[in-house]
Design a protein around this ligand. Structure first.
Ligand code: NOJ
Ligand code: CA
Length: 698
C-alpha cells in the first residue's frame, strides 16, 4: 500500500483536524498510533493487547545553529507501509534460528518553512516497537549538528524501574529498584561504582531500562544499531512520568555530527505480559543489519580461564616492577629494573594456567599484565601509555604461544587502552598482526579511566565510532573482540559477529571491590543483556577473597550464571587451586555448553529470580540455570520442553538448605535423577543462590 498526500490536503488537515495512522504488529496484539498535531508536531502512542504502554509522545530534534529545529511545522508528504518476515541464523546465540517478523510504516515529513525532509520509520513486532529518524539525501539539508534528541516515552504511571544513574562514562553500578517517582531521592545513593561520574541530572537514567507497571506489564526501553551516533540516556520528568531522550555529549557539549543520507539508531520499546517475553524478544538484533563478515568460520564460542582474578583481588599485580613512578615506553629500561615479586603474567604462572586449561578442556587462557606500561597506566591523561607489542622481560611471548599450541590451548590477548584511544588506533594494525603471528584468536580490550581525547565520553559519538573501528579492523585480521568499559551493546553483533562479548556493566570484578548486590544477576538479563552478551566472568568458588571483599553469591548461583547470563564467551574466573578444592562442582563449568539451538524462559521476575533452559547446539543436551535474588525460594519448573516419550538423566547442582550468599555460600548438593517431559521440578534456591542442571538423554 502506498498513499500519497498533496501538500494542499495536508495543509487543510493540519489546520482542521489531526492526522493519524495506525500500525499493527503481525498478530495485531501491538498497536502504534502515529499522529500529527495542529502545530505539525509528530506524536506516537503504543498499546499491547489493548493496554497502554506509551501514552501520546512527541518526536523531534533540536539542531545547533539553525533557526528552525526539527520538531514541528511538518506536513506529511508520503506514507508507505510494508511487511517483512524472514528467519535468519546467527553465528552464535541463544537460538539457532531467529524470526524477524514485522509490519512497517514509514512517514515522510516535510517541514513547511525549511522544506527539510525527515522520514519516521516504525516497525511493529508482536513484542515491541522500533522506530528511527531518517534523513534522506536532499537539497535543503546536508551537514547538521544535533544539540538534543527530543524523543519522548510517556509512561502510563509510576512504574517500578530497575535503573542506573545517567552517566556518560560508566555502567558499572548496582541497579536501584524503585518507583519512577523515587529516582530523584535515590540518585545520590545509587552512585556506587569506583569509576562513577556525576549523573547528568537528578532523574536521568541509562538504557536498557527495565520497568514493571502496577498492573503487571513489563516494559523495556533501549536502542538498536547504535552506529555513528551518541548513546541515548533517558531524562524523566517525574511529575508527568515522561522520559525524554538525552544524548551523550561530545567534548564541546554537542551531541551528533551528521550529514545526509543518514539515520539515528532505532529506539526500542519491548513490552510483554510476562517478564520472560522481554527475555525472548530478538527485536534488538532484528533491527540491526545482517552480518557483514562473509566467512564466519573463524568466529567460535570460547570458554576460558585466565591470569586475572589474582590481580583483581590484589594477590598479584599487572605491573612488573616498583622501580618507576612514571615510565616512557621505549626509553624505560625494564631489563635492569627489579621485579616486584608479585607480577602475575610470568611465563611460569601462565604455563600453570595453560596446563590447567588443557587438563580440563578449556579453549583459552587470558593473560593480563603481559605487556610493558602497567607501572603507571591510568589516571594521568597519558597519551602514549601502552604499545600492545612489547612483553615484560618475564613473559616469553614466543615460548608461551608455542607451549599453548602444543597443549591445544588458545591464548586470549589483552589490550588495556586506559582510554587513550588515539594511542590504541596508532598501534592497532601492528597489535592485531602480532596476534595473528602468535595465534591469538581473541582480544579482551578495555577502556579504564578518563577519555583521551580529553573531554570525550565513553558513550559519545566519537567513542562509539572508535569501538566500531576496533572490531571492524579486528575482523580484517579474523580476530574476535570482547571490549570492556565500551558503550553498551545494541545488537550490532548481528552485523559484526566477531564482537563476541562486552562488559559494559558491573561484572564479577566488583565482587572483589566490595561486592555486588546479591540480586544484580537477576536484573542483568533484562537490562544490559538486551543488547548482547556480557563477559560477566562467573565461576567464583571461594567467596572471601584475598583483599577482604566478599563475593555475594553461593557456589550454586555461580554455576547457574553460565546459563542465565548468556554469552558465547565464558570465563571460569577463579584460581585453578580453588577449582581443585571443589572438583565435583567444577564439573558443571566443564560440561556446560556455550552455543544454543533453543532457549526457554521458564520463570522470571527482574530483581527476584530468572530460570532458563537451553538446548546445546552441538550435543542436544539441555542445561538449566537459576539465579535467585535476596529471598530463599522454591520454584516450580515444568520440564515440558523435553521431548515426550524420552527419558533423561538430570544432574542437579543446587544450594544446600542452609546455604546463604553472606555467611554460608560454599555449601551445595549434587544429585542425579531420571526425568521425562512430565516432570515438574520443585527446587530450592538460597538467598543469593541458584541452581544448575545438565540433562542428558538416556
Ligand atoms: C577493567 C576490566 O573490566 C577488568 O576485567 C580488567 O582486568 C581491568 N580493567 C584492567 O584492564
Ligand atoms: Ca570493568
Amino acid at each position: 500500500m502506498k498513499l500519497k498526500y498533496s501538500y494542499l490536503i495536508i495543509f487543510l488537515f493540519a489546520c482542521t483536524t489531526v492526522f493519524s495512522q495506525q500500525l499493527k504488529s503481525p498478530s495485531g496484539t501491538l498497536e502504534m498510533n502515529f499522529s500529527l498535531n495542529e502545530k505539525g508536531q509528530p506524536l506516537y502512542d503504543l498499546t499491547l493487547s489493548g493496554k497502554a504502554v506509551i501514552l501520546p509522545s512527541t518526536l523531534g530534534l533540536d539542531l545547533k545553529d539553525e533557526d528552525t529545529d526539527l520538531k514541528d511545522g511538518f506536513e506529511i508528504t508520503n506514507t508507505e507501509t510494508s511487511s517483512f518476515d524472514e528467519t535468519w541464523e546467527p553465528v552464535w546465540g541463544e537460538e539457532s534460528k531467529i524470526r524477524n517478523h514485522y509490519n512497517e510504516l514509514a512517514i515522510e515529513l516535510t517541514q513547511g518553512s525549511t522544506r527539510r525532509k525527515v522520514i519516521l520509520r516504525f516497525r511493529a513486532f508482536d513484542e515491541g516497537l522500533g522506530f528511527r529518524y531518517e534523513f534522506p539525501l536532499q537539497e535543503n539539508m546536508g551537514y547538521f549538528v544535533i544539540s538534543e534528541e527530543l524523543t519522548q516515552f510517556a509512561m502510563t504511571g509510576d512504574h517500578t524501574a530497575f535503573w542506573l544513574p545517567g552517566d556518560y562514562d560508566t555502567q558499572e553500578y548496582d541497579y536501584t529498584t524503585s518507583r519512577l517517582s523515587e529516582i530523584r531521592g535515590l540518585m545520590q545513593g545509587a552512585i556506587t561504582g569506583i569509576a562513577s561520574q556525576t549523573p547528568f541530572s537528578e532523574t536521568g537514567v541509562q538504557t536498557s531500562l527495565m520497568m514493571k507497571t502496577r498492573d503487571g506489564l513489563y516494559i523495556n526501553l533501549h536502542e538498536a544499531a547504535l552506529i555513528d551516533f551518541p548513546a541515548m540516556h533517558l531524562d524523566l520528568n517525574d511529575e508527568t512520568m515522561v522520559f525524554t531522550s538525552h544524548l551523550t555529549p561530545d567534548a564541546q557539549g554537542d551531541k551528533g555530527y551528521l550529514y545526509t543520507p543518514t539515520s539515528t539508531p532505532w529506539r526500542t520499546i519491548i513490552a510483554g505480559e510476562s517478564a520472560g517475553d522481554i527475555l525472548a524478544s530478538r527485536i534488538t538484533y532484528n533491527l540491526n543489519e545482517p552480518s557483514k563478515i562473509e566467512d564466519t568460520s573463524w568466529i567460535k564460542p570460547m570458554k576460558y580461564v585466565g591470569v586475572w582474578w589474582e590481580m583483581i583481588t590484589g594477590q598479584s599485580s599487572w605491573s612488573y616492577t616498583n622501580d618507576f613512578k612514571a615510565i616512557k615506553l621505549g626509553e624505560t629500561d625494564y631489563e635492569s629494573a627489579r621485579p616486584n615479586g608479585i607480577h602475575g603474567a610470568t611465563t611460569e604462572n601462565v604455563k600453570k594456567y595453560i596446563d590447567f586449561a588443557a587438563e580440563h578442556g578449556f579453549d583459552g587462557v587470558l593473560v593480563e599484565g603481559w605487556n610493558v606500561g602497567w607501572e603507571d597506566w591510568f589516571g594521568n591523561s597519558k597519551d602514549y601509555v601502552f604499545d600492545f607489542l612489547t612483553p615484560y622481560p618475564d613473559f616469553d611471548l614466543e615460548g608461551i604461544s608455542a607451549y599453548a599450541k602444543e597443549k591445544g590451548v588458545q591464548m586470549v590477548m589483552h589490550h588495556e587502552t586506559s582510554s587513550s584511544t588515539r594511542n590504541y588506533e596508532r598501534h592497532m594494525d601492528e597489535a592485531y598482526a602480532l596476534m595473528n603471528e602468535y595465534g591469538y584468536p581473541a582480544v579482551k580490550s578495555g577502556y579504564v579511566g578518563d577519555m583521551l581525547p580529553r573531554g570525550e565520553h565513553h558513550y559519545s559519538q566519537w567513542m562509539v565510532n572508535h569501538y566500531q573501528y576496533a572490531f571492524e579492523k579486528a575482523a580484517e585480521y579474523k580476530i574476535m573482540v570482547n571490549a570492556h568499559e565500551a558503550v553498551r551493546p545494541t545488537g550490532v553483533a548481528r552485523t559484526w559477529p566477531n564482537l563476541i562479548a562486552n562488559e559494559s556493566a558491573r561484572g564479577t570484578e566488583y565482587q572483589a571491590f566490595g561486592g555486588n548486590k546479591a540480586n544484580h544477576v537477576t536484573i542483568l538479563p533484562f537490562t544490559r543483556q538486551i543488547g548482547g552478551p556480557m563477559d560477566y566472568t562467573p565461576g567464583i568458588f571461594v567467596m572471601d577473597v584475598h583483599n577482604g571483599s566478599h563475593v555475594n553469591s553461593t557456589i550454586a548461583n555461580q554455576l547457574g550464571l553460565y546459563v542465565t547470563l548468556y554469552s558465547p564467551l565464558q570465563m571460569a574466573a577463579d584460581y585453578p587451586e580453588n577449582y581443585d578444592r571443589y572438583p565435583d562442582a567444577f564439573q558443571f563449568i566443564k560440561d556446560v555448553a556455550l552455543d544454543w539451538e533453543k532457549s526457554v524462559y521458564l520463570e522470571a521476575e527482574p530483581g527476584q529470580y530468572v530460570t532458563i533452559a537451553r538446548k546445546a547446539k552441538e550435543t542436544g543436551e539441555w542445561f538449566i540455570g537459576n539465579s535467585n535474588g535476596l529471598m530463599a525460594r522454591t520454584g516450580d519448573v515444568s520440564f515440558d520442553f523435553l521431548e515426550a516419550g524420552k527419558t533423561y538423566t538430570a544432574q542437579i547442582y543446587a544450594d544446600r538448605s542452609d546455604a546463604h550468599f553472606k555467611d554460608n555460600p560454599q555449601v551445595y548438593a549434587i544429585s542425579e535423577i531420571e526425568v521425562t517431559s512430565d516432570f515438574v521440578l520443585k527446587q530450592f534456591s538460597a538467598p543469593g543462590g541458584g541452581y544448575a542442571i545438565r540433562i542428558i538423554e538416556k
